[in-house]
Design a binder for this molecule. Sequence first.
Ligand code: SF4
Ligand code: SF4
Length: 317
Amino acid sequence: MAMAVTSTNFARTIRKEAARLGFSAIGFSLPVPQSLAIERYKAMIDEKRHGEMTYMELRIDERAMPDLLLPGLKTVISAAVSYNHPLQNSSGKPDISKYALIDDYHTVVRKKLEELLVFLKSLLGEELNATISVDSSPVLEKTWAEHSGIGKTGKNTLLILPSAGSYVFLGEILIDKEIIDKKPPLPNLCGSCSNCIDSCPTGALIESGRLDASRCISYLTIELKREFSAEESSMIGNHLFGCDHCQEVCPHNKHVSITADRSFKVRPNLLNISTETILNLTKSSFRNLFYGTPIFRLGLKRLKRNAQAVSENLRKS
Ligand code: SF4
Ligand code: SF4
């Protein structure tokens, strides 16, 4: 039978190792029901604010009860890594989201979590059942991160860490041992600010914490599988892949004390890339340029769809 690990020192030792591995923060939650979060999630699906991401309609039970993902689940460990590098795309050029100019976080964050799990097992000195998720399981990751006290979701619907801002990747380790760590949830970090809502170029942030994905440039350029309608094509502006507007204007990203982990080095050949270059790519040159980055997952066909729209938008501007 699983034993509770109650010592605060235990959590502190894991935090220290997590910091050594490059995590900006980690926190621990007991897997208590998160009924409010599930209600909000279902409302988002019912109101069709998830666009055509039909996979989000599935596996609701597992989102509500993560012990379905790991029998005997006792602790959800939430971990965040910063990718807040200072380089920006030049204005008037196609824009690529910060997170896409570096190695694919799925690989980097998973490797770090695997190393943390090895440490955890050796620290416990006993058998441990665990599963790691980096966008790979239906886990309400922002909810658990909030619950563990490492961050708070802002009006732009993204998790904000007080010391690292919102340019962070999240991952989780679910384990069948109880780690008690009394870190209270953070208070609201937005106050009267509404910069993100006011500056969203497409009005996708309907109100505080409510995103209509079908109007969001990140969704349109990354998630949408089909060709654009004329309206969607014009909505993406100069965004070749993703959109960071609602993070660029966030005061929590201005003076962060924790910046990008050293694993995330910007690939300079992706900065200021032209639409012409994209439209002339062959399968092999696409692979050479983008392999190992999040853009490679999009595929050449959809990247060219985006480039075509951006090229037309830049010509008209
Ligand atoms: S990513 Fe861009 S389009 Fe989407 S909500 Fe943020 S500012 Fe708006
Ligand atoms: S821009 Fe302002 S309102 Fe939006 S998430 Fe940041 S602090 Fe909150």
